[in-house]
Design a protein around this ligand. Sequence first.
Ligand SMILES: Nc1ncnc2c1ncn2[C@@H]1O[C@H](COP(=O)(O)OP(=O)(O)OP(=O)(O)O)[C@@H](O)[C@H]1O
Length: 236
Amino acid sequence: MFQVRGVTKRYGKVVANDSISFDVKDGEIAVLLGPNGAGKSTIIKCIAGLLRFEGEIDLCGYPNKSLQAKALLGYIPEMPAVYDLLTVGEHLEFIARAYQLTDWEGYADELLSRFELTDKKEKLGKELSKGMQQKVSICCALLHRPKVAIFDEPLVGLDPHAIKELKDIFVELKQAGASVLISTHMLDSVEDYWDVAHIMMNGSFAATKFNRPGQEGEKTLEELFFDITEGKGAAQ
Ligand SMILES: Nc1ncnc2c1ncn2[C@@H]1O[C@H](COP(=O)(O)OP(=O)(O)OP(=O)(O)O)[C@@H](O)[C@H]1O
């Protein structure tokens, strides 16, 4: 599980995250929704240990910037950052060495096959399309079987096959007991599998909705989203 406690992040005078607190439990999929500039990427980068912030973030009980926490984390950034001069296969080998993995080749091949990258294994990072780079970034983040997986707009730029594979992977991570956080603008893309959704506005959570049976009469996630982001209030 991971815990975010009172996280505030300022960029100069802009308060991008305003004392945010939430948990994602083992085997739970949380989604972060919100309009452009709401602060989704900022909280994700704070969790990933890429930004300085006020507050506390623990991954499986370890401070998020500790080596133990980093070893448990899989982070898929909004913009894939691949190495120009490493091949796809070398990217995975690099990750395997960094995490000191053993017996990783079979899983690496499985991931490449699922994302239709097997025949791209010898291609250099700089020779890949944006979507292919995104798929390499996903394979690299999953290779060490993270206990905490955070995805920033992961579906943007992926083809339909990769979107389907990635949605299956979200569910597999959940079944394996990982804590999963996904930021997205695509409300319909999360419909099937989310457990809890946080709607962000101006650096805070404007509403949190749990996905549980017997919610007749309650607003759908989409209705709640538009009520909040288009100024009708009514958090649920
Ligand atoms: N490096 C930066 N320097 C200054 N301000 C920043 C920086 N990064 C983000 N911001 C500001 O912080 C706020 C939150 O931005 P953030 O990228 O977290 O939003 P977001 O919800 O991820 O948006 P989007 O959906 O467009 O990706 C915005 O007001 C943005 O302008």
